[in-house]
Write a protein that binds this ligand. Structure first.
Ligand SMILES: Cc1cc2nc3c(=O)[nH]c(=O)nc-3n(C[C@H](O)[C@H](O)[C@H](O)COP(=O)(O)O)c2cc1C
Length: 311
């Protein structure tokens, strides 16, 4: 088994990070991934402060390995969540969706390792200046919220590796060991995987959503709300309406009204496949089965090692 700098920094054996995913990555998934030797992340972005504290404590009860919390910087409870993370002595935080400078100092001051998720090489340089330990560079193949620049993982990773000296973690479009090997060949020292773990036994998403992911084909995801909050989703009635409104040049306020509140929860947690937001990456077409998280980690690692050996 090979190790990279991110294994040392985050105290893990396998350079795979399970990306934080609202309504999908609760403590069951994070703990299962960490138990398998990779890094599991609890998504704070869909939890109340009390729920976050509870999830962190439950995670500790079922794994003694390192795990982390993903904290979107724009999250309305971000300050309270950050305080809870410090109080509960969570060893690792992956921040995203805003300035890396907002929480990095506070976390580092409390001995917490920090990575920030970004979507362009120049943002990665800002992350390094903000003092993070590692940077996740995400291409717009990825599920969920995306950067506005629409750079792919294939072009983002090598340019980021050239631009910073901290370790780079590749995200977006990686769902198996072939993708992981490709990312390592581009200079990444680890991968962050989201969509593949949605279709895991331990993910907390609704069974309808998991089934929709397994049934999705290569061309079934679209980037919607490009001017508001670019988000990659499975095309359904809601996404179709959003695309139509955008094409018609609808203004931001009307798009916000169309998005409304609670679409993510409706789609991914409650299984409303028509009107909910079903966030998933372009790799959905490669995901054929719901598997235990540990199986996904092991399979990805052994396939990656085989591919690298072959070449
Ligand atoms: C359902 C879903 C929810 C997500 N929620 C978050 C989130 O709360 N915070 C975050 O930083 N990224 C979020 N992401 C992005 C993932 O953490 C990860 O970076 C991304 O899924 C990687 O690309 P992939 O989907 O191609 O594996 C989400 C992705 C998905 C699929």
């Amino acid at each position: 088994m090979f190790k990279t700098r991110i294994c040392g920094i985050f105290g893990i054996n396998i350079p795979i990070v399970q990306g934080g995913m609202v309504w999908n990555s609760g403590y069951e998934l994070a703990a299962a991934v960490s138990e398998a030797g990779a890094l599991g992340l609890i998504a704070a972005g869909s939890l109340s402060p009390a729920e976050l504290r509870d999830q962190i404590r439950r995670c500790r009860e079922v794994t003694s390995r390192n795990f982390g919390v993903n904290l979107p910087v724009f999250f309305r409870h971000a300050d309270e969540a950050a305080q809870i993370i410090v109080e509960e002595k969570v060893p690792v935080v992956f921040t995203s969706g805003g300035s890396p400078a907002r929480f990095t100092n506070e976390f580092k001051h409390n001995g917490i390792k920090v990575a920030h998720v970004c979507s362009t090489p120049s943002q990665a340089v800002k992350c390094e200046k903000a003092g993070v330990d590692a940077v996740v560079i995400e291409g717009f193949e990825a599920g969920g919220h995306n950067g506005r620049d629409e750079l792919t993982t294939m072009v983002n990773v090598p340019q980021t590796v050239d631009a910073v000296s901290i370790p780079v973690i590749a995200a977006g479009g990686i769902a198996d060991g072939r993708g992981m090997a490709a990312a390592l060949c581009l200079g990444a020292e680890g991968v962050q995987v989201g969509s593949r773990f949605v279709a895991s036994l331990e993910a907390s998403g609704h069974p309808n959503f998991k089934r929709a992911v397994v049934e999705a084909q290569a061309c079934d995801t679209f980037l919607i709300l490009r001017r508001l909050m670019p988000t990659r989703v499975i095309l359904n009635e809601f996404a179709g309406k959003a695309l139509e409104a955008e094409q018609a040049g609808t203004d931001i306020e009307k798009l916000s009204a169309l998005l409304g509140h609670g679409r993510e929860e409706a789609g991914m947690a409650c299984g409303d496949l028509r009107e909910g937001e079903l966030e998933i990456g372009q790799v959905a077409g490669m995901i054929k089965e719901i598997k235990p998280a540990a199986w996904i980690v092991r399979q990805m690692l052994s396939e990656c090692e085989n591919v690298l050996r072959r070449f």
